[in-house]
Design a protein around this ligand. Structure first.
Ligand code: BES
Ligand code: ZN
Ligand code: ZN
Length: 483
């Protein structure tokens, strides 16, 4: 998609179609489409296509960034079916110019995204040219340079999201840990500021990552520990992202029922997000050193599978009683978080489709933020709000911690209660965070929104890239805060 910002009035711009945003349901301002509005019973809600005048009207509910995304995504979704190549639109400026243009570009990209690799009918669209006029819908004055920055941000955010979506949507037959490692190597090959190391089983053995290795044991695909690094010249801080990269989660011997196994190709969403975040951060030229650590493996069944009743010695030397092999993500993350702390980060964030309990608790739209540092959690929460990713904070408490005690090992991989599963999983991870990093760590459970079985808002069916925008927005916020 090509975005062309023109220092020109909308009326002088040439394009195959025009998007007009309707605010406050004020349809009376558009005399040439009044007859159509009547026939279509259009009252200013949703969209209305005026083929004769080559206009699409799209409702803009407010100047909030999320509504800007939605208005353009809805318009684009309707237009992409038409035989047109270009569309023009006015600028929309909410509270911040950069964020508004970022949202506008994201709207188009999210409206356009489809994973149709395996379909004969690909619904390919010719609508690639988006012409944005300097004219602003409310005649507000704004800084053109900021508009350009916002458009550039929008492209980088959207490309990072699409990159994560393509990884998550790819089928488990193709998308093995090896493929994830190859994608990480390609990412580094295509970006001179990113480097990549892939570590194999022998390294995991040497590092005593027995929890990670146990999860992998019944898979025919060897595990990969992926370490991507982005090192700018004078970094103001070091952030490490740790991603759950389960390329398939069958549940292991504690096998998932058929209905629950479906969609488990998406259990690599945290890992995909960690890769997309470093890609985006590098393209944004952020002055923060970033590492993405991804534990890539399948969780399968077989004669050599790890078992409920096993006790695993993790890299931290903490023993883990396995009570359910389907609580595998936390085992992989325990060892990856241990490795990540050796990098001496100022901030450490893990992203994981960790628990079904999080989906039950928060629904399919919202990710959970957990950790020990309330200020950090609040800061992250408030920043994530404008990113488009929905989040909420789940607080730890010492009573829930009691539930992961084990009679045979230092900690159990499952809670003794069926309630509070998202937090007890977070508390399990917390057992592997050393004291000096307790306040620098956030756990993001993205199980709800990572993979959509029904489209919502501007998201299409399948992967949603949950976590990517909130983390990139937070990194930008940190970079500005230090200045
Ligand atoms: N990958 C799943 C969590 C999940 C569920 C992600 C639904 C996305 C949608 C995870 O590995 C898992 O199976 N967790 C178990 C933990 C339980 C056995 C303690 C769960 O949530 O049921
Ligand atoms: Zn599982
Ligand atoms: Zn899982």
């Amino acid at each position: 998609m090509i975005f062309d910002f023109k220092n020109e009035n909308i009326d002088t711009l040439k394009a195959d179609f025009e998007i007009i945003l309707i605010q406050d349901k004020k349809i009376e301002n558009y005399p040439k489409s009044q007859e159509l509005f009547k026939i279509m019973n259009f009252k200013g809600e949703g969209i209305c296509l005026d083929i004769q005048n080559k206009i699409i009207y799209s409702e803009l509910k407010s100047l909030e960034y999320e509504d800007i995304r939605l208005a353009f995504a809805n318009a684009y979704k309707a237009l992409k079916k038409l035989e047109i190549k270009s569309v023009k639109t006015k600028s929309v400026v909410g509270k911040c110019v950069v964020n508004s243009f970022n949202a506008l570009v994201q709207g188009f990209h999210f409206g356009a995204y489809e994973f149709n690799k395996y379909k004969k009918d690909k619904n390919s669209t010719k609508l690639e040219n988006i012409i944005i006029s300097e004219s602003e819908i409310n005649n507000k004055k704004y800084d053109i340079d900021e508009a350009h920055i916002g458009i550039n941000y929008g492209k980088i955010f959207s490309n990072a999201c699409n990159f994560a979506k393509d990884i998550v949507n790819e089928i488990p037959q193709i998308y093995t840990p090896l493929k994830m490692a190859q994608d990480a190597l390609d990412l580094a090959k295509n970006d001179k500021n990113i480097s990549c190391e892939i570590y194999e089983s022998d390294f995991l053995e040497k590092e005593k990552m027995q929890a990670f290795l146990a999860v992998n044991r019944a898979s025919i695909h060897p595990p990969k520990l992926i370490h991507l690094s982005y090192k700018p010249k004078n970094p103001i801080m070091k952030a490490v992202f740790v991603g759950k990269g389960l390329t398939y989660d069958s549940g292991g011997l504690s096998l998932k029922p058929a209905d629950y196994m479906l969609t488990m190709k998406s259990d690599k969403s945290g890992g995909a997000a960690a890769m997309a975040i470093i890609k985006g951060a590098s393209e944004l030229n952020l002055d923060i050193e970033i590492h993405s650590i991804i534990g890539a493996t399948e969780n399968m069944i077989g004669g050599n599978a790890y078992k409920p009743d096993d006790v695993l010695i993790s890299r931290e030397g903490i023993s883990i009683e396995v009570r359910n092999t389907d609580a595998e993500g936390r085992l992989v993350l325990a060892d990856c978080l241990s490795y990540a702390q050796d990098l001496k980060p100022d901030l450490i964030i893990d992203l994981a489709t960790l628990t079904g309990a999080c989906v039950v608790g928060l629904g399919e739209y919202t990710s959970a933020i957990m950790g020990n540092n309330e200020e950090l959690q609040n800061d992250f929460y408030h920043t994530s709000k404008k990113s488009g990713d929905l989040t909420t904070i789940l607080h730890f408490n010492p009573y829930l911690k009691e539930l992961i005690k084990s009679n045979i090992a230092d900690v159990s991989n499952t809670s003794s209660s069926r309630y509070g599963g998202a937090i007890t999983a977070g508390l399990f991870l917390n057992s592997f965070i050393k004291d000096e990093y307790k306040d620098k760590w956030l756990h993001l459970d993205i199980a709800g929104p990572a993979y959509l079985e029904k489209s919502w808002a501007y998201h299409s069916f399948g992967a949603s890239s949950a976590g990517v925008r909130m983390c990139l927005t937070y990194l930008i916020h940190l970079s500005r805060k230090q200045k």
